[in-house]
Design a protein around this ligand. Sequence first.
Ligand code: HEM
Length: 324
Amino acid sequence: MSGLIFKVYHAMLFLEHHLEVITKKEKRIFDLLKELTDLIVHTILRAIMIPGYRFMPTQSNRRLKAIDKEIKASLKALINKREKAMSAREDTKNDLLDLLLESNLSEIQAHGNTMSVGMSSEDVVDECKIFYFAGQETTSVLLTWTMILLAQYPEWQEHAREEVVQVFGNKKPDFDGLNHLKVVTMILYEVLRLYPPVILLNRDVHEEIKLGNVLLPAGVQVAVPTILLHQDPKLWGDDASEFKPERFAEGVSKATKSQVSFLPFGWGPRICIGQNFALIEAKMALAMILRHYSFELSPSYIHAPRTIITLQPQHGAPMILRKL
Ligand code: HEM
């Protein structure tokens, strides 16, 4: 699943080529980002137990620094190439990187070319990295949990497949058709409710504030446990822990007794910037899989959700796929 989402991400961020073609250099950036994610997880887990761990010259910390350096250099080279092409008014690729660079350039030009406004190339590198981290893993675990649940509830798998076939027939799924996938949307919402990729949201309190009867002093950190809100019977009814996509048949607001109880993408000014993209991507991937395969869980599957940054099946999700 992460291989598939990687390809989509690559195309969105750096549409240097057609989706199927990925150069060695670009593949290297993404492989390094993946290794970096694994090393960060490794470091976070140890840093919880050993104070100051991340500053120790361990093998993994040294590798982490080396990867970060290589990623920055590669992304910077890519950005420089694009900036040169942009000033020479060559054809743009129309991917996320171009949009980012173009809006940055207009911002700088609007302020009389002062370099104190807009983003530096280090900022652009960081934006590219955050988009990869924030979007790649979350969307691939959403798809993984969706496959698991559709394998556990074959009647919903069939229902979703019927809808996909009805909307697209023998045609390749397209963007317009995705808007007509009602059952698939209900299923994705229900998966996001039961297995939200991000299980809690953190907020820093900058100034003292009273929330109901609770006084929160400045400096404390508040964690909103999304996953607990999503499964609270007081908000969702006695069947809160069951997989029932039909609860979303009339949209999110009718599915719950309280308005702000569904937070898979967060809430407020920092709500996930990629939520629409993630849902389009997940619908497209599901539509393609459902059209061509039926699937069930392998008997070796062990249900063990655990969180390492995102909520993941600890032992993976081995599936048996049958070509239709
Ligand atoms: C199923 C997929 C996804 C889930 C569940 C998800 C979830 C979230 C959550 C919970 C937040 C924090 C919001 C808050 O603190 O209130 C967030 C932030 C963010 N997400 Fe996503 N996300 C997903 C996909 C994506 C995608 C595809 C992208 C990029 C294309 C993306 C980019 C971002 C960025 C840049 C932020 C930080 C926004 C900010 O701080 O202003 N996410 N996401």
